[in-house]
Design a protein around this ligand. Sequence first.
Ligand SMILES: N[C@@H](CCC(=O)N[C@@H](CS)C(=O)NCC(=O)O)C(=O)O
Length: 208
Amino acid sequence: MTITFYAWNTPNGRKISVALEEMALPYIVKPVNIIKGEQHAPDFLRISPNNKIPAIIDPDGPEGKPISIFESGAILLYLAEKTGKFLPAEPRGRIEVLEWLMWQMGGFGPMPGQVHHFLSVKDEADRRYGLKRYSEETHRLYGVLNRRLAEVEFVAGQISIADFAILGWAWRHEKHQVNLDDYPHVKRWYQTLGARPGVQRGLEVKLD
Ligand SMILES: N[C@@H](CCC(=O)N[C@@H](CS)C(=O)NCC(=O)O)C(=O)O
């Protein structure tokens, strides 16, 4: 049955379009125009009470009943468990995926997101401190990722939902002013993922 994917063309939206394509799940996109404020509409808040995309409704949820899910990390875990793909069942492999998924949700997203915000602040005095702080933290996180990817092909060893989560933000590296040449292992990983047809479809499907 077809999943309804509430989306917009942003890093958190792209995590889910990549996962849906890689898992070969049927879905339709319902764009939520976050520039116009559609994320605050009462109907959408019933699905996503934090007024953010992404969210999904799966008509074929647990016990065969519909389920709605918000928060990209929760959606990725749900889809992985539903399909049995991109999340190992054995505990050690699974915990590595959860570590890197939580790392992305807690840092490699919120920090570059703040860079995007402060870059848009017009007043130089207001912009300076925030941009410096969040740019430094973003670069530190790219360094962490680079060191990890020097040791393993994908963040949790085998390709997983953690890669899709991180990719959503790495996809916008130019916007947060990161040059992947400075992080060669991240660049290799980014190119490896980018060569996958499912990832390509997920990054190209229209979300707005
Ligand atoms: N922690 C949330 C963050 C989602 C998020 O920040 N979504 C942004 C677009 S990338 C959004 O909908 N912003 C609209 C708003 O904040 O009003 C998740 O991972 O799903």
